[in-house]
Design a protein around this ligand. Structure first.
Ligand code: IPE
Ligand code: MG
Length: 225
């Protein structure tokens, strides 16, 4: 969800105002995904590297997360959305950790869509923590075991990765899980990413041929269903 800061700057507003608008955009996107039958939506809300932003922006983002939880969890709960926080919780305040667990517990029985919120997340952190888990258990390090130890083992690998804001890079998001994801880059700033923009991304995705290492002919003759 990139581009909040620029959205605000263009309006001569503080960056945090852009993040506030970003939350609105996320609400809209969640609704649109549910309506379209998406089963898993994973968003990058705060990266391990975002701590190095100016102090007031970091505290603004933390405050926004706290407020969004209070306001949105009842709505998510009502709409059948299961909320899961993915990331390094040790770096978060005790109060924030409690709010995350509470929000997860309140939506744990929902099954319409999983909403993974990557918060204090980094793709490298995820791979390293998965490796550390295996090392501690003495389990042999295989692809399946490592994948199963990552922080997103409760959902399938993403089919589509959308980055807004015009930048064409992964920025330490889901490094392990995106091995075969289709990448889609939108020039829209995140607060401007609406249902029509989502549909454009889905339409582009529908045009892609996913081969997973096979040839185009093999894929064409594969039995469907
Ligand atoms: C949101 O956009 C990403 C978050 C870390 C919440 P940015 O804050 O990166 O916006 P730009 O890139 O400065 O426009
Ligand atoms: Mg940015």
């Amino acid at each position: 969800m990139d581009g909040n800061g620029r959205w605000a700057k263009r309006r001569l507003m503080p960056r945090v105002a852009g993040h506030r608008q970003g939350v609105e955009s996320l609400r809209r996107c969640i609704r649109a995904c549910v309506e379209r039958g998406v089963k898993v939506l994973t968003v990058f809300a705060f990266s391990s590297e975002n701590w190095s932003r100016p102090e007031d922006e970091v505290s603004g983002l933390m405050e926004l997360m706290g407020k969004a939880l209070t306001r949105e969890v009842p709505e998510l709960r009502k709409n059948g959305i299961r909320l899961v926080f993915v990331g390094d919780r040790q770096g978060l305040s005790e109060c924030m950790r409690q709010s995350l667990v509470q929000a997860e517990n309140q939506t744990a029985d929902n099954a319409r869509m999983v909403l993974n919120v990557c918060f204090n997340y980094g793709g490298r952190w995820d791979i390293a923590q998965a490796a550390a888990k295996l090392a501690a258990s003495g389990e042999p390090i295989t692809e399946a075991a490592l994948g199963g130890a990552t922080a997103l083992a409760h959902v399938p690998d993403p089919d589509l990765l959308i980055r807004t804001g015009g930048e064409q890079r992964i920025s330490n998001f889901l490094l392990w899980q995106c091995a075969y994801s289709e990448l889609y880059f939108s020039d829209k700033l995140w607060p401007d990413f609406d249902a029509a923009a989502l549909d454009a991304a889905l339409a582009a995705f529908a045009e892609r041929e996913r081969r997973f290492g096979k040839t185009s002919d093999q894929v064409a003759h594969q039995a469907v269903g």
